[in-house]
Design a protein around this ligand. Sequence first.
Ligand SMILES: [Fe+2]
Length: 227
Amino acid sequence: MTTAARDGDTIVRVRDLLEVFGARFFAPGSHAVVEARPTNLYHYRAFVGAHDLEVEAGDCVYYIGDDARSALLRRGPARIASRHLATVVRGYMPEDKSTSIQQGTTLPYVNGCSTKQLFPAERPGDPTLQLLHMPPHTTEQVHHIHSTARVVYIMTGRGMCIVGLGGQQVRHELSPGTVCVLEPMCPHHFETGAEMLECIPLHVFSSIAREELDHPMLQGTHLIDRR
Ligand SMILES: [Fe+2]
């Protein structure tokens, strides 16, 4: 369920708001195909629900196992049957991999959250599949943006995804099987209430520390009032 944002007394159309900010949500059991926007730097295509896919040479596919508690990576050319969520990334072709997701997380993150690298980036900046664990009553980061798209599968628990800025925000409920696609620069964060949340975000190409260090406007801006 998505709740409408309010701008004064005007209810802003949620669909427009999600389109403006670049967020798409799919309820458990949905069947859809989402493609990178024409303006994106990197191309992906996400297949929500059951799909038989042909993956071309030069591409790869990340997908959730039939048990919804495992993940696989296949290098094209390949043919796969995906039941929950599969994302084809163009122009990246690491070796085949698979993993069960039973051991929990291994890396402390922020606000009591923790993560595990299910499929780490082969080289800095490459795509990566992560596991994010959020205990009850926390937030994943403060409100933030990413430079590349995120395709997220909700594996266990419940929470909320908050998208937008200022008074123009949408809260979307997350439950097992929900898929959420966040385009680059989509302002968002996740929250939990009484329940924990575990999700599997695919970073369609990832960020590296040098992104900030080599940023001419960030590094070339010197605040007058800084003490
Ligand atoms: Fe995020």
